[in-house]
Design a binder for this molecule. Structure first.
Ligand code: KG4
Ligand code: ZN
Length: 328
């Protein structure tokens, strides 16, 4: 089956074609218009999606060498995300599906992030644990099978990606913060500054990052570059604290569920230090690392999950709306 996937939940306009479980194209336009603001401006995001969607869709079809009339179904992110951004993608998808007379399915963005692991390992054995770490979410999931997910725990406040983004803003490193902090951290000492690791001692699967971010803010108030440490050391130590929090709760989830297979998902899953530490901390577990292109927002995960759902017999009529707070 040939499925067109459309993703516009935040600041990436993305379209992909998936045929029989294979990604034929994966086109992403990342909006740079937000860089000056240190974060995503919703109004700008929806206008940019509106401007780019047609071009990106045509490119996805061209890259895949697929004609519009060959598309058999459309999968589109309906939430969670920014309302205006979601609306542009969902309206575009509905118009296209109606015009072509083909089926359409709304996709939960978080589910797509998790299922991106199947692009790496299509024959993955269920159940598995997924650490979902994106700009808006930090959650630990038990995936029993497709469509059967149990939330083991999540953040009480900020997401890990948000901690990277806000931290980078405090350090003057620009947006998005994750890659900027990771780059600086490569030149720094991760053990030099002892930032707090909130909740690591609690026996619950839960995270908290807002206190960590505040402690960085206070630290920088009295910061003066010295022989003792520089900004790279601060970035490395801050990143280390975020990763310690993630890994300690993943350890707890593995212990509680006794499940061997671990997956990661979302933009923060791109982080090379997180990946390295996972291998070191869980030498006996099977760990799946999604391709870097399928960690941050993309439409390959949408077209792929859409096709799997169509094959399971799922479809929708056209009266679904956007769900900015879509829960999985
Ligand atoms: O999954 P994603 O593209 O969008 C959401 O669904 O939120 O994740 C974006 C988040 C941003 O917070 C960004 O700073 C973070 O992923 N990120 C990273 C890295 N690359 C992106 N965080 C840490 N290290 C990275 N290399
Ligand atoms: Zn995402």
């Amino acid at each position: 089956m040939i499925v067109l996937g459309i993703e516009t939940s935040c600041d990436e306009t993305a379209v992909s074609v998936c045929k029989d479980g294979n990604i034929l194209s994966n086109v992403i336009s990342s909006q740079i218009a937000h860089a000056d603001f240190g974060g995503v401006v919703p109004e700008i995001a929806s206008r940019e999606h509106e401007r780019m969607l047609n071009t990106i869709a045509i490119k996805a079809l061209t890259d895949a060498s697929i004609k519009l009339t060959q598309i058999q179904g459309i999968a589109v992110t309906s939430g969670p995300g920014l309302a205006g951004s979601l609306l542009t993608g969902v309206s575009f998808a509905k118009g296209l599906a109606l015009g072509l007379g083909i089926q359409i399915i709304p996709i939960n963005h978080l589910e797509a992030h998790i299922i991106a692991n199947l692009l790496e390992e299509p024959k993955i054995e269920f159940p598995f644990i997924c650490l979902l770490v994106s700009g808006g979410h930090t959650q630990l999931w038990l995936i029993r099978k497709l469509d059967d997910y149990i939330l083991l725990g999540e953040t009480r406040d900020d997401a890990a990606g948000e901690a990277f983004d806000k931290g980078a803003r405090v350090l003057g490193l620009g947006y998005p913060g994750g890659p900027a902090i990771e780059k600086c951290a490569k030149k720094g000492d991760p053990n030099l500054i002892d930032f707090p690791r909130p909740l690591v001692k609690s026996n619950k699967v839960e995270f908290s990052f807002s206190g960590l971010k505040t402690s960085l803010l206070y630290f920088m108030d009295s910061y003066e570059e010295s022989i003792k440490y520089n900004i790279n050391d601060v970035a490395a130590s801050y990143q280390n604290a975020i990763i310690d929090c993630l890994i300690s709760k993943l350890k707890l989830a593995v212990k509680q569920t006794k499940i061997n297979t671990i997956t990661i998902a979302g933009g923060v899953a791109k982080n090379s230090v997180l990946r390295k530490q996972l291998k070191e901390v869980f030498p006996k577990n099977k760990i799946i690392f999604p391709d870097l292109n399928y960690c941050t927002d993309n439409a390959a995960m949408i077209s792929y999950l859409g096709e799997r759902k169509f094959n399971l017999g799922c479809k929708s009529n056209f009266d679904f709306g956007i769900e900015p707070n879509f829960q999985l």
